[in-house]
Design a protein around this ligand. Structure first.
Ligand SMILES: *Cc1c(COP(=O)(O)O)cnc(C)c1O
Length: 458
């Protein structure tokens, strides 16, 4: 008989987690004002809030941590990190930063000025923030397919090349770079194909523009190219990674995702002029050039993490786990953004809690119900996160209203996935009894989801 699929690692250290009672959760929810960001992590049984900085390091990474060189200048750990990045991407100029948004802050300080336009595929919220705060425009050129949650296409994260060309034709002189996010986080961890990256490069070359990859999940993107795109089945993840970055001029990286460290990031580029320009901002914002925002030991662990997570087996274990959870939801008929992305499942709350009016935030209501049911913490990616329109101050109900369930790397087992799916099914089975949602009692003017205070209705 064919042997079943299993994880490509075994477990050397464990961290106990604790279940709670419904009464306890009811009390904690009220204390948190029905906002799961306000819950103590100790009050969470299975935490699917984010896959950022929540992964488990390997024995090799922990060993590297002990070997870290904390020298202020010229740290050996920096050179180790730089060499791995250069080998994977071909970029020889590297600036470490404390996380991904810091890489954006440093690089964009050098590249973006007021009135600029930075086209890309669904810019991540901090990326967008760092563009817009410089009074520039983050122009979204994602393919339209990404908006339809039920459409099953392999590369839903792609850039729409027609939209990109139109932007370049109109505003070429205002465009400092094109930015492609791999995988496309905002569209649900959806990958970008090699063909699409090649097409972006062709358009960029035509207009003499440079291309940046926002690379937080570049290894997961390479996995999807290998498993879904014609001609890549026999290539290694490292070969595919190199081929992707050969199509870019530079990258920003949140190492908390595919670097499998708990904190860190970097900028890398092949261009000396970009490096020289970014250097000036690294020193005052982050730190000296050979550590930026990172400890020596964290750079050492990141160098190992990048090397490990560009191996097929590690990625296969991770992505298959996300797909396993998706298959359970399929079995129970629970709708989510299809196909499952690399790092999370996005449950379509509007389709489930169809009795809850949008003014009462169905996805937030579903997030609360899932926690109430089993102590599982997801996160609303919907109408609360969308904030109010800056001019009319009305809520924005135009987009999707989703419950995101992120899966941490190498942290939970498939049995935890079964618990998540079963808890969601229990909520799903009583969906018609859930007719009321929540109302906002207090909110911040921007990024309100982190601190919003809510009250349950009915
Ligand atoms: C997480 C993330 C960032 C920001 O990185 P931080 O490390 O959280 O600051 C930028 N872009 C993408 C696509 C991300 O997923």
């Amino acid at each position: 008989m064919e042997l079943p699929f299993a994880e490509s690692w075994k477990i050397k250290m464990v961290e106990p987690i604790r279940k709670s009672t419904r009464e306890e959760r009811e009390k904690w929810l009220a204390e948190a004002n029905y906002n799961v960001f306000q819950l103590a992590a100790d009050h969470v049984y299975i935490d699917c809030l984010t896959d950022s900085g929540t992964g488990a390091m390997s024995d090799r990474q922990w060993a590297a941590l002990m070997m870290g060189d904390e020298s202020y200048a010229g740290s050996r750990s920096f050179y180790e990190l730089r060499d791995v990045i250069c080998r994977l991407t071909g970029f020889s100029y590297v600036i470490p930063t404390h996380q991904g948004r810091a890489a954006e802050n440093v690089l964009f300080s050098a590249l973006i000025k007021e009135g600029d336009v930075a086209p890309g595929n669904s810019h991540f919220d901090t990326t967008k923030g760092h563009i817009e705060s410089r009074k520039a425009v983050a122009l979204d050129c994602t393919v339209d397919e990404a908006k339809n949650t039920q459409l099953e296409v392999p590369f839903k994260g792609n850039v729409d090349i027609k939209k990109l060309e139109a932007a370049l034709e109109k505003d070429a002189d205002k465009i400092p770079f094109i930015i492609v996010t791999i995988t496309n986080n905002t569209a649900g961890g959806q990958p970008v194909s090699m063909q699409n990256l090649r097409d972006v490069r062709r358009v960029a070359d035509k207009y003499n523009k440079r291309v940046i990859f926002d690379s937080a999940r570049f290894a997961e993107n390479a996995y999807f190219i290998k498993t879904r795109e014609e001609g890549y089945a026999d290539k290694s993840i490292k070969e595919i990674t190199r081929e992707m970055f050969d199509l870019a001029d530079g990258m920003t990286m949140s190492a908390k995702k595919d670097g499998i460290v708990n904190m860190g990031g970097f900028i890398a580029t092949r261009h000396e002029d970009w490096y020289e320009a970014a250097k000036k901002f690294c020193i005052p914002f982050e730190g000296y050039l050979t550590y930026g925002g990172m400890n020596g030991r964290d750079m050492a662990a990141l160098a190992v993490g990048l090397d490990e997570n560009t191996e097929f087996d590690n990625l296969d274990t991770r992505i298959k786990q996300v797909q396993f959870l998706a298959s359970l939801l399929d079995e129970y008929g629970i709708p989510y953004q299809r196909p499952a992305g690399g790092h999370a499942i996005f449950v379509d709350a509007n389709k489930i809690l169809s009795n809850v009016p949008k003014e009462e935030f169905p996805a937030q209501t579903l997030t609360i119900e899932l926690y109430r049911e089993a102590g599982i913490r997801g996160c609303e990616i919907g109408y609360i996160l969308a904030d109010r329109d800056p001019i009319t101050r009305e809520n924005r109900f135009g987009g999707l209203d989703l419950l995101r369930l992120c899966i941490a790397r190498r942290v939970y087992t498939d049995n935890h996935m079964r618990v998540i799916a079963a808890a969601l099914k229990n909520v799903y089975d009583r969906r018609n009894e859930i007719t009321r949602g929540v109302e906002i009692v207090w909110e911040a003017p921007l990024m309100r989801h982190f601190t919003v205070k809510l009250r349950p209705l009915g």
